[in-house]
Structure formats: C-alpha cells, structure tokens
Design a protein around this ligand. Structure first.
Ligand code: PMT
Length: 395
C-alpha cells in the first residue's frame, strides 16, 4: 500500500482536505493526516480519523503507542500540504520545525507538494511569492492556486485546487510510469451536438467517460495529452491540455489542427454522423403538423485521419455496433487505415453509452483479437494504453 502524508494547515479550505483524504482512501492509499493547531479550529481531528482509519497527529510530543513521526516520514511515498497557508509556506521555506507538520516536512524522503490557499492579496505579497519560489527551487511541486471567489468575498488567485484535481495529480505521481514519456497523444471524447434551432439539437448519450479515462491514463504514463471533447459534465483531467467543441465540424477542425503534432490519436468520441441541412436562427414553432428535417452528412474525422496518417503515427478508433460487432469493427479498421480498433456492442444489456463499465474487444491491424470481460472504463483505458505502448515499442 502506498502512503501519503496529508498536512492540513489552518485555513477555510481545510474542509476540502477532508474530501481529498476520503478520495485517496477510496483509491486504496494509506493517508496519515498531520494537522496544525490552527487547522483543528476549522475541521476536527475526528473527521480525518474516521475518513482515514488512522490516528491524526497534531503534537510532536503525543506519540505514545503510535509509530513515531520519523517512522511516519520514512514510510511516506508522498508528502502533501493542502491547504498550505502563508504561515506554513513561510515555515517550510525557511526550514522551521516548530510543529509536527513542519518537522516531518524536513524528515521525508519523497516528493513534496504544497497546495496554497489564501487571500489573493496575501498570495501576491512579495514575501509569499519569494517563499513559494524557494520551495519550488528546492524541488517542491506547487499545486495551483486557482483563481475565483475566495472565502473573504474577494475574487482572484488564492483558492485551493479542488480535491478531485489534487487527487488526479497525486495518483499520477504515485502510479506514474514513464512508458509514454514525451509522446504526444490526442484523445477525443463525448458526443457532439448538431443544432436544429437555438434550443434543439441532435446528439447521443455519450458521456465522455471512456475518452476522459484514456486521457487520464495516458497522462499518468508521462504522455503530453490533448483532450478534445464534445459537451459533457466531466471535469478535464489535471495536467491535460483541453479543448471543448460542440459540433462534429468543430471537432474535425480541432483534430486536424493537432494531428501532425500527434504521435498517437485515440478517437473515443461519438461524433454525430449527420447535421441539419439548415440551422434555423429562430426557434421552430409547433404548427400541429409533421416537420421534415433534411440531414446532411458530417465529415468522418477518423476516415480523414487514416488518409493523412504518416508512417509512425498510431491511429486508434472505436466501433459502436449492433450485431456482427467484431466483423464490422474489422472492416472499419481496414477502411479507415487504423492500427487498432476497440469494438463495443451497443445492443446488449450493458450499453456503454453513459455507463461506468464497458465490455470491449480490441483488434489490432496485425490480426490479433482480445475480448475483455466487463470492467470499469478506467480499467478498459489501462488495457488500451498498454496496447498503444506495445505498438509504439514495435515501431
Ligand atoms: O462516452 P461514454 O459514455 O464513455 O461512451 C463511450 C462510447 C460508447 C461513446 C465509446 O466507447 C465509443 O464506442 N465511441 C465511438 C462511438 C462511435 O461514434 O462509433 P462509430 O462506430 O459510429 O464510429 C467509429 C469511429 O469513427 C469512432 O472512433 C468515432 O470516434 C469515429 N467517427 C465517427 C463519426 C464521425 N463523423 N467521425 C469520426 O471520427
């Protein structure tokens, strides 16, 4: 089991640290929480003890019956302070060891991260900026802060990153492999929307989960990832360059712009194959009679990528089919000149559109076929990216 020391210093964002602790525990990470005296005025130790199942430390001298703070430091795979106040950042920058958190910070031998959280004018103060620069020079990774509305009512930089964003980053560091280091990977995800009028559109039930999982997994392995996504409710994975599009034509142009710089393209999106011949500027009124729509074909992005592909580029498509899935996928693989296709059956009881799981068959251009059992989309992504790594090695 990997262990993370989560240092919590005294700011209103301490409540987000509770969410973060819970998320890491769900990912099977052991979380040792160390709080400052000021932090326990915002969130009680009992909350973190319940969430992590481990004792929560505040005092250097309170170690009876527990592992010592030196042992705690030794077993840590990652040391993270979130939220990090201006005061704690200053202590860390100057090597002070006047509480358990700052003492342990000096004793750990693992990556160290801080997620600052404070008022934007405090954050802009030269002393704080100099302390952050010192930490960065000493190898600390600084996470954020984000800009937005702060607890004090002001707007500006100083918000602690969201727990889900820090979770991504921590998992990237803990599970990092460098199998795709330096590789430019382009992923598309989600549905597209083709408007009939300002309020109505044609679309499908793709949620983007599959594509976002692929982008996250590729980033975790060191790739430089661009995610082009249709409208979804998902948060883009941290560290991934992100572009949102609405229509298939917009996706086409966004993909083509990035294609020559990409070594790997994975097309998990479900772009609409048709759009309306005419998009009305005004809302179409009900007239109590039939309404006929003329649909015109959209560009087939993947087909065009296959045509433009250079030697060395790897093209991965998906096939959403009903009946004769494997055979139809194989045909698509050949016609679109793909290196790999991931076939999913959308007729069965486990329709992958919007679901958390998927049952796929992976077919590669050398004729190899692998049918995987039902699994989470995160796991499917791991399998696909494993195959992509294999293809890159064989080139
Ligand atoms: O988003 P989720 O809810 O997680 O669901 C995932 C998924 C079911 C959408 C995904 O696994 C999937 O199957 N994506 C492809 C859906 C699709 O459009 O299939 P298709 O067989 O119609 O298209 C074949 C390939 O051509 C796909 O890679 C698609 O991205 C691409 N395509 C399709 C149409 C088009 N105009 N341009 C394209 O590039």
């Amino acid at each position: 089991m990997k262990n993370v020391i989560l240092g919590v210093s005294g700011g209103i964002a301490a409540y987000k640290a509770a969410d973060l602790a819970s998320r890491l525990v769900k990912r099977a990470i052991g979380v040792d929480v160390i709080m400052t005296e000021a932090a326990i005025r915002f969130v009680g130790t009992a909350t973190f003890r319940a969430l992590t199942g481990r004792p929560v430390r505040v005092d250097v001298f309170d170690e009876e019956g527990e592992i010592t703070h030196v042992e705690l430091a030794q077993r840590a795979d990652l040391f993270l302070v979130a939220p990090a106040t201006a005061n704690t950042i200053a202590k860390l920058a100057h090597g002070l060891a006047d509480n358990l958190l700052t003492t342990v910070a000096l004793a750990v031998d693992c990556p160290r991260l801080v997620a600052p959280a404070m008022n934007s004018r405090m954050y802009a103060d030269p002393a704080v900026q100099a302390n952050i620069a010192t930490l960065r020079d000493r190898g600390y990774q600084i996470l954020g802060p984000a800009a937005g509305r702060l607890a004090c009512g002001e707007e500006g930089p100083g918000r602690m990153l969201e727990a889900a964003e820090i979770e991504d980053l921590v998992m990237n560091l803990l599970e990092a492999s460098d199998g795709l280091k330096g590789v430019e990977v382009l992923v598309t995800a989600g549905p597209t929307r083709e408007h009939l009028d300002p309020v109505r559109f044609l679309s499908n039930a793709s949620s983007g989960k599959m594509g976002y999982a692929l982008a996250r997994e590729a980033a975790r392995r060191g790739a430089s990832v661009t995610l082009i996504s249709g409208p979804t409710h998902l948060r883009p994975p941290y560290g991934v360059s992100f572009q949102r599009v609405t229509t298939t034509e917009e996706m086409f142009h966004a993909v083509m712009k990035r294609f020559s710089a990409s070594r790997v393209v994975i097309k998990a999106a479900a772009p609409a194959d048709f759009r309306c011949g005419e998009t009305r500027r005004e809302k179409i009124k009900k007239q109590g009679k039939e309404l006929s729509l003329t649909l015109v074909p959209n560009p087939d992005i993947l087909l065009e990528l296959g045509r433009r592909k250079r030697p060395g580029q790897i093209l991965v498509g998906f096939a959403a089919e009903t009946g004769g899935v494997e055979e139809k996928a194989r045909k698509k693989l050949r016609r679109k000149q793909l290196d790999m296709i991931v076939a999913n059956d959308v007729s069965g009881p486990e329709n992958p559109f919007g679901a958390d799981t998927n049952t796929v068959t992976i077919i590669t251009s050398d004729g190899r076929v692998e049918s995987l059992p039902s699994m989470s989309k995160d796991e499917v992504a791991r399998h696909i990216i494993d195959r992509v790594e294999g293809l890159l090695r064989s080139r």
